[in-house]
Structures are given as C-alpha cells and as structure tokens.
Design a protein around this ligand. Structure first.
Ligand code: ZN
Length: 399
C-alpha cells in the first residue's frame, strides 16, 4: 500500500490509449443520457455495459440486485484484487437542458452524472483489457439504484463481496463547482448520513374566524419548525455537523378554514453516527412536545436512510498519491472538504477498506438540477485515473 509506481511515461501511454476511442465513449455517454432509466430499471443500460465488457474479454456476471453487474479480469500471478464501482441510475426529473442528446424518456433524467460515471469506468475497462499493465484481479462493479440508496445494500445483501471479494474498493463522483478535472480526496467522513422524518401534526379543524373553537395545527407546526433549528444549534456539539431541513409542508386549502392537520417532510444529515442518533431522538421528541404545548398531537414516522460515507485513511492516501503521480499536485485539491450530500457507496466502505473520491465537473448546474449536464471533458482524465489506480494497486511489488 505504501509503494507507488513512479512511472509518468506510463501515464502518458494510458492517455494516448484512451484518446484513441474517446469519441466512441463520449457518444456512448450521450446515448446513455438520451435513454435514462430509474432505479432498478436500468435494463437497457445494464445490457450495454455487459455487452461491452464481454466483448473486451471480461468475465461478466449480470443480475446482481436485478440490473447490477460485476466484471472480473485476471492477469499475471498477482494475488491482490481491486474493486472499482460506477452507478448507473437516473432521477425522476424533467430535463430542461435543451441539449441535442437530452432525455428522450419524459420525466426521467441523468441529473447526477451517473451516465458519465458509467462511461468513465467503461473507458478504463476497455483500456485495462486491451493494454492494462497489471498483475492481479480487477473487479468492476456497475451498481443500480444509487439515487434511492438501495442498490449498494441490495448487491451486498446478495453476497456481492462473498462471491467477488476485493482487498479495497473505490468509487468517484463528479462535483459541480470544482474546476474541471480537479481531483478531491477526503480521509474519514466524506459524505453525510441521510434520514427522513414524516411528521403529521394533528389539531382540530374549524372556522378561520373562530380559532378559540379549534386547535390550530398550523401554529403548532410553525412553532415546531422554528424550534427544530435549536436541535442543531443547542443539542449537537458545535464542532460536529448536522442538518435538519423541512423540505415539504402541506396544510389546508382555504384562507378561512383552520385545517385538521399539517404534514411535514424533513431530511436530516450528519457525519457521525452518534449525532445521527441524537437527531433521531430529539426531532420526534421536540415535535411531540411542541404539538402538545398547543393542545395538538404529533405523529412521527422517522425513516432511516443510509449511513455517512467514511473513507479509510490508508486507501485514501494511496488514491491521492496516484492522482498526484498521474497528473501532478496542482490537479489535486489541497484541502477538499467533506460534502453534506449522501451516497450509498457508504455501504461498500462498511464492508471493505477503500475510498470515494471527487472529480470537478466545472462550472455546471448543481447535481439533481433539471439544467445539470455531466462534463464530457472529465471522461478522459477520470478514466486514465482509474487505469493508473488499478495498475498501481495491482503491481507485483506493491505489498
Ligand atoms: Zn450521484
């Protein structure tokens, strides 16, 4: 893990190799973008990925978690195994980019760049099969249903890592707002846990002109929403990160009617498991107490999502060094900060050592925006990075 193959010439060979079929990969990325598929329905995408991998000589296993794929390639006598994962699913968003390769599937869009992540790993897969200089086992994991936080968990539940063990696993996400092709690494918590709370505050409906005969759930909700931010500011240690956001609130339909109930939907984020538990305990307690103080009641359905993504220190340092050796230190962010978004690769890092890294998407619209587009300019450097990461990891003398 501590020996990095210093071979800048090798890196340029890889660059030229990928450049030879970059147009094909970009065309493939646009094709995937035009045909986005929602979580667990990535049937067409999965077929395209599997047939490409088979044609390049990979041993391909399909059907993990439905549309998931694992492709294996062995070379030489090396005993180590590296896993690299890409996600394949799109989002239920109506695309508004106006691109000539915009989604042809109404209401579904690749608004997170998983089309790009798939294309990057395919570009690397082809190069590694045709010209890869490594000794050991390469496993490429194409995962469904990242957006609903279910694909990684399902693949693991279907014994992904028992059937296809790895010594370490890596993944990446493009990141808008970070300069194009700039790499970011974070040891420890890198992305947040995510949970949801569905809260119904129930009062007693009545005439808007006679509030004294009703129990107003709107007022109780307003009080709860204000008090909610005290959980982050007064209960959570100020040195820890926590987010509690009310993203949806629905009540009533007329100006002169006090409604019977109010429905709220919240998302919560944290980097630490104890903070996550604290939010899970404090938010329902606060909702109930606030409602009760107005004579109303609160029904709370707290739904666990998935844990924080925690990068392993040694593998993150290894991954960072490969980027520095491949592109130079100017291409690696000095201090990339953890992100409060979430990512179900967290489960793969609970099962194995590894690291999840970031590649700048440039000045694009944000992830999950109807105007977002993956930046094709990062396919070549990111694919070249995967190649060098695999080759360096799977070097005979890399003990
Ligand atoms: Zn994503």
């Amino acid at each position: 893990m501590n020996i990095i193959a210093k071979n800048p010439l090798r890196s340029h060979t890889v660059e030229n190799g990928i450049a030879a079929y970059l147009d094909e990969i970009v065309a493939l990325r646009h094709d995937l973008h035009r045909h986005p598929e929602l979580a667990f329905r990535e049937v067409r995408t999965s077929q395209i990925v599997a047939s490409g991998l088979s044609s390049w000589g990979y041993e391909v296993t399909t059907g993990l978690a439905g549309t998931g794929i694992v492709a294996t390639l062995r070379r030489g006598n090396g005993t180590k195994t590296i896993g690299i994962r890409a996600d394949m699913d799109a989002l239920p968003i109506e695309e508004a980019t106006g691109l000539d390769y915009a989604s042809g599937n109404p209401g579904v869009m690749h608004a997170c760049g998983h089309d790009g992540h798939t294309a990057i790993l395919l570009a690397a897969a082809r190069y590694l099969a045709e010209s890869g200089d490594f000794s050991g086992t390469l496993r490429l994991i194409f995962q469904p249903a990242e957006e609903i936080g279910a694909g990684a968990r399902k693949m693991i539940a279907e014994r992904l890592f028992e059937k296809f063990p790895v010594d370490a696993v890596f993944g990446l996400h493009n990141w808008p707002g970070v300069p194009t092709g700039q790499f970011g690494f974070v040891a420890g918590p890198a992305m947040a846990s995510v949970d949801q709370a569905f809260i119904r505050i129930v009062g007693k409906g009545g005439h808007g002109a006679e509030p004294h005969r009703a129990v107003d759930p709107v007022l109780a909700s307003a009080s709860f929403i204000t008090a909610l931010q005290s959980v982050v500011s007064r209960n959570v240690d100020p040195q820890d990160m926590a987010v509690a956001t009310v993203g949806s609130i629905h009540a009533g339909s007329a100006s002169n009617v006090i409604p019977e109930s109010v429905e709220l939907k919240l998302t919560t984020r944290a980097f630490r498991e104890d903070v996550r538990k604290q939010l899970e305990q404090r938010i329902p307690a606060l909702a109930r107490a606030q409602a009760e103080s107005f004579g109303a009641t609160a029904e709370v359905d707290y739904r666990p999502g998935f844990p924080a993504l925690v990068n392993h220190a040694a593998e993150t340092e290894f991954a960072r060094k490969v980027a520095v050796e491949t592109f130079g230190s100017a291409t690696v962010e000095k201090e990339f900060r953890p992100r409060t978004a979430s990512e179900d690769f967290a489960y793969m890092l609970e099962a194995n050592p590894g690291s999840y890294l970031f590649v700048g998407n440039g000045d694009s619209a944000s992830l999950h925006s109807a105007h977002y587009d993956f930046n094709d300019a990062i396919i070549a450097p990111a694919a070249r990075y995967w190649v060098r990461l695999a080759e360096t990891f799977l070097t005979d003398d890399n003990g």
